[in-house]
Write a protein that binds this ligand. Structure first.
Ligand code: NYM
Length: 217
């Protein structure tokens, strides 16, 4: 059970291109926080377990085709399915580490270059979701990602697409209010882990200690 002294948990999001090392880094971050006595829950989007998540998974595996707007709204709905759980879990004092969130939602859809699917259009269905306290963007260049074993079979795992996704992530960073932290993910795992730790730990401590206020919507 969460410690009584925790005002609320922190909402931490890890973002990045495919093959940026998000999954490994989320695991490492969780075990380090856990070892320090923080109460941690993890989450990843898309959450392929729900009915909507299965539709998304089938789209990503090229089993079903969908209109660009439809799949965008399904990704968003997949987050809304979890919104209440996120708020309740944070208020119980658990810190949440989340692998991808609406930042991925916006940039992957906008990177398709569909003329009626601009970056600003993509944001609308996401408005009102619980806002993260800190977003770590694991940045690497697509050629570095490719050296890590190449892309898999899923949709979007192509260099052209990844280049546009990266540009759009960097665009979001420029417009950001300070909660997004860019972390160079091009080196070894240990160096990246250390950089993430420096960004995340102070934020988790501040939020759990109550000096950050409640930030929902
Ligand atoms: N993706 C992920 C989107 O296009 N929109 C979203 O909202 C989210 C959360 O799904 N290539 C894309 C990015 C990935 C793909 O993600 C599957 P993962 O982290 O490989 O399971």
């Amino acid at each position: 059970e969460p410690r009584n002294s925790v005002v609320r948990g922190a909402f931490v999001v890890v973002e990045g291109l495919d093959r940026a090392g998000k999954t490994t880094q989320v695991q490492r971050l969780c075990s380090k926080l856990y070892a320090l006595g923080h109460n941690i829950k993890t989450l990843r989007f898309p959450d392929r377990n729900s009915t909507i998540g299965q539709m998304i998974s089938s789209y990503l595996q090229n089993e079903t085709d969908m209109d660009d707007h439809v799949i965008h709204l399904l990704f968003s709905a997949n987050r809304w399915e979890k919104a209440k759980w996120i708020e309740e879990t944070l208020s119980k004092g658990y810190t949440i580490i989340c692998d991808r969130y609406f930042y991925s939602g916006m940039v992957y859809s906008a990177a398709k270059q569909n003329p009626s699917l601009s970056l600003s259009w993509t944001k609308h269905p996401e408005i009102g979701l619980p806002l993260p306290d800190v977003v770590v963007f694991l940045d690497l260049e697509p050629w570095q990602a490719e050296q890590r074993g190449g892309y898999g079979e899923e949709k979007y795992e192509k260099r052209e697409m990844q280049l546009r996704v990266r540009e759009l992530f960097l665009q979001l960073l420029k417009a950001d209010d300070g909660r997004m932290k860019i972390v160079n993910a091009g080196d070894g795992m240990d160096a990246v882990e250390e950089r993430i730790w420096k960004e995340v730990l102070p934020c988790v401590e501040a939020v759990e200690g109550g000096s950050f206020g409640v930030k929902i919507g």
